[in-house]
Unconditional design. Structure first.
Lengths: 257, 269
C-alpha cells in the first residue's frame, strides 16, 4: 500500500516535470511545422527574408552582454563594500537596496525615464544600458553570499598589499565564483528579457530588441515568430547549461534576516 | 614579508569607496528622479505647477480603470501566489526528500526562470488561443516563478541537519508529520521570503500579459492590471496620474516588504 503510494508520487512528479518542460518542447516543435507538415521553411523565411531580425538580435546581445559586464564591475565592489566597510546606517542602506530590488518596473521606470531625459539619453543605446547596470539585485545577492566566505584569506592579503582591487581579485573573487556565475546568468536572462524599457525609451526601430520584435505578432508573418522564439531561447539555454549548478548554489539569499 | 608602503588612506575608507559607483548610479537613476515623481504627483500639471496636494491621488483612486486594475492585481495575489507557494513547496519537498534519481527533474522546474517571456508567451497564446479567462496568465505566472521558489526552498532544506530527521523517525513520526512539525518551521524565514518575492513578482506581471495578448495596450478586462494602467498613462503622457499611481504602488510594495522582513526576523531561530 505504502509502496504504491510512493511510486504514484514519483510518477506524478515525473509527469509534472514533463508538463513544465512542455512549452519549451512545443515551441521548438512548432518552429519546424507549417500547416502540420515538417519543414525548414520557417527558418529559411526568418534567416533569409526577414532582415529586421539581425539588427534586433544583435541589439539584444549587445545590451545584455554590456549590462552584465558593467553590472559586475558595479556589483562586486559594492557587495565587498557592504560586507567590509563599517559605517553608521549600513543596515538601513541594505534594507533600502532590498526594497528597491523588490520595486516593480512600473514604479521605477518613470524615475528612470526622468533621469534619462535630464541626461539627454532617451532614444540612445546608453539609455537602455545605464539604468540597468545599477540594478540592486546583484548587490543584495552577492553581499549575502560574501557573509559566508573565509575572511582570513583577505586578512592575510592585507599584510602584503594595500590595494583593494588586488584583494578583490585575488582573495574575494575566487571564493565567490559560484555566486558570480549565478548573478551573471540571472542578470543576463533578465536583460535578455527586457521589453518595457526599449518599448518606452526607444523610438528608433534600429535600436529595438528581440522581445519588442516578438511582441509585434500582427506586423510580422506568423511563420517567422516560432523560429525567432527558438533562437531567442538559445543563448540563455546555453548559459544555463554551463551555469545551472551555480544558479542553485549561488542564490542563497532566502534568509535575509 | 616584503615591506609595503604604508597607504595614507585608511582601509575602511577604501571599502566605503567600493560602494560609490553603485550609490551614484542608484542616486542618479532612482532616488533623485523618484523625488521628482513625488513632486509631479502633487502638482496640477507640468506647466502651471500649482500644488494640489492629494488631488491626483484622489482622482487616481476614483478612476474606474484604476479600481479594475487594482482588483485584478489583488486577485492575482490572493489566488496565484498561494497556488505558486503551495506547489513550489510540495515539489521541492518531493525533490529533496524523494528518490535521489529524480533530482534531475529539478531542471524542468528551474529552466522557465531563464526562458525569455516572449518565447513562452508565444506558445501560450497558441496553446490557449480559445481560452477566454484569466487562467492562462495565472499559469504563466506560476510556470515562470516556480523556479526561484524551488531554488530558495531547496537551499534551505539542505541547511537542515539530517540528525533532526533521524531522531524524529526513531520516535516513529510519519513523513507528513515530520514535514509539518519540523521541516516547514525550520525553513520559515525562507518560506516567508518566497511568499514576499512572489507577491512582489505578481506586481511585476506585465510583460507576460502584454506579450500573451500580442502586444496590445488593451487586454481583456480580467487581465487589466495596475501595470497596464501605469503603462497606458505613460503612453498618454499623463504624468500626474502616472506619478500618483507610481508613488501609491511604491508605498504598497514598501509596506509589504517591511512586513515580510519583520515576519522573517520574527520566525528566525
Amino acid at each position: 500500500m505504502v509502496k504504491i503510494g510512493k511510486a504514484g508520487k514519483n510518477i506524478f512528479l515525473v509527469l509534472l516535470a514533463a508538463l513544465f518542460f512542455l512549452p519549451v518542447f512545443m515551441t521548438v516543435g512548432m518552429s519546424f511545422l507549417d500547416n502540420n507538415m515538417p519543414t525548414f521553411q520557417n527558418y529559411a523565411d526568418l534567416l533569409f527574408d526577414c532582415f529586421v531580425f539581425y539588427p534586433v538580435f544583435w541589439n539584444s546581445v549587445l545590451y545584455a552582454a554590456v549590462i552584465t559586464i558593467i553590472g559586475l564591475l558595479v556589483i562586486i565592489p559594492a557587495a565587498f563594500g557592504f560586507s567590509h566597510a563599517k559605517f553608521k546606517g549600513k543596515g538601513a542602506l541594505f534594507i533600502f537596496y532590498i526594497i528597491l530590488m523588490m520595486m516593480p518596473l512600473q514604479v521605477t521606470i518613470l524615475p528612470n525615464y526622468i533621469g534619462l531625459r535630464d541626461l539627454g539619453l532617451i532614444n540612445t543605446r546608453l539609455g537602455i544600458i545605464l539604468p540597468a547596470c545599477f540594478s540592486p539585485f546583484g548587490v543584495v545577492v552577492m553581499s549575502r553570499y560574501m557573509q559566508s566566505i573565509n575572511n582570513s584569506v583577505i586578512e592575510a592579503m592585507r599584510m602584503e598589499t594595500n590595494s583593494v582591487i588586488k584583494i578583490i581579485f585575488h582573495a574575494v573573487i575566487p571564493q565567490i565564483r559560484i555566486c558570480i556565475f549565478a548573478v551573471v546568468l540571472f542578470v543576463f536572462a533578465d536583460c535578455w528579457n527586457m521589453l518595457e524599457q526599449p518599448l518606452l525609451f526607444l523610438r528608433d526601430i534600429n535600436l529595438q530588441t528581440l522581445p519588442v520584435f516578438l511582441s509585434n505578432t500582427e506586423k510580422y508573418a506568423g511563420s517567422v515568430l516560432f523560429p525567432a522564439a527558438v533562437l531567442f531561447m538559445f543563448p540563455v539555454l546555453l548559459l544555463y547549461n554551463f551555469f545551472s549548478d551555480s544558479l542553485e548554489k549561488g542564490l542563497t539569499f532566502g534568509d535575509l534576516s | 614579508m616584503k615591506p609595503t608602503k604604508k597607504s595614507r588612506i585608511p582601509w575602511n575608507i577604501k571599502c566605503l569607496f567600493c560602494l560609490v559607483p553603485s550609490l551614484v548610479g542608484i542616486t542618479i537613476f532612482f532616488v533623485i528622479p523618484y523625488f521628482r515623481v513625488l513632486y509631479y504627483s502633487l502638482i496640477d500639471n507640468q506647466f502651471r505647477r500649482n500644488f494640489v496636494w492629494l488631488d491626483n491621488y484622489v482622482k487616481t483612486i476614483q478612476n474606474e480603470y484604476f479600481q479594475l486594475a487594482f482588483k485584478n492585481s489583488l486577485l492575482l495575489i490572493l489566488i496565484a501566489v498561494p497556488a505558486l507557494i503551495l506547489s513550489s513547496l510540495s515539489i521541492s519537498l518531493m525533490l529533496s526528500f524523494g528518490l535521489k534519481k529524480l533530482r534531475v527533474l529539478r531542471t524542468a522546474f528551474v529552466l522557465p526562470l531563464v526562458i525569455p517571456t516572449a518565447s513562452a508567451a508565444l506558445i501560450w497564446a497558441t496553446f490557449f488561443a480559445n481560452v477566454d479567462n484569466v487562467l492562462p496568465v495565472y499559469l504563466l505566472f506560476i510556470w515562470k516563478n516556480i523556479g526561484i521558489c524551488i531554488i530558495l526552498m531547496t537551499a534551505a532544506f539542505t541547511c537542515i541537519d539530517d540528525s533532526v530527521f533521524e531522531a524524529a523517525k526513531l520516535d516513529g513520526a510519519k513523513r507528513f508529520t515530520i514535514h509539518r512539525k519540523i521541516t516547514i518551521p525550520l525553513i520559515m524565514p525562507t518560506l516567508i521570503f518566497s511568499i514576499l518575492i512572489s507577491i512582489v513578482s505578481s506586481f511585476k506581471v506585465f510583460k507576460e500579459t502584454y506579450l500573451y495578448y500580442g502586444g496590445t495596450n488593451y487586454p481583456p478586462q480580467y487581465s487589466y492590471t495596475l501595470q497596464y494602467y501605469m503603462n497606458n498613462n505613460f503612453l498618454k503622457l499623463d504624468y500626474q496620474s502616472l506619478a500618483a499611481s507610481a508613488v501609491f504602488t511604491s508605498l504598497l510594495v514598501f509596506v509589504i516588504v517591511i512586513i515580510g522582513l519583520l515576519l522573517q526576523r520574527r520566525y528566525t531561530w
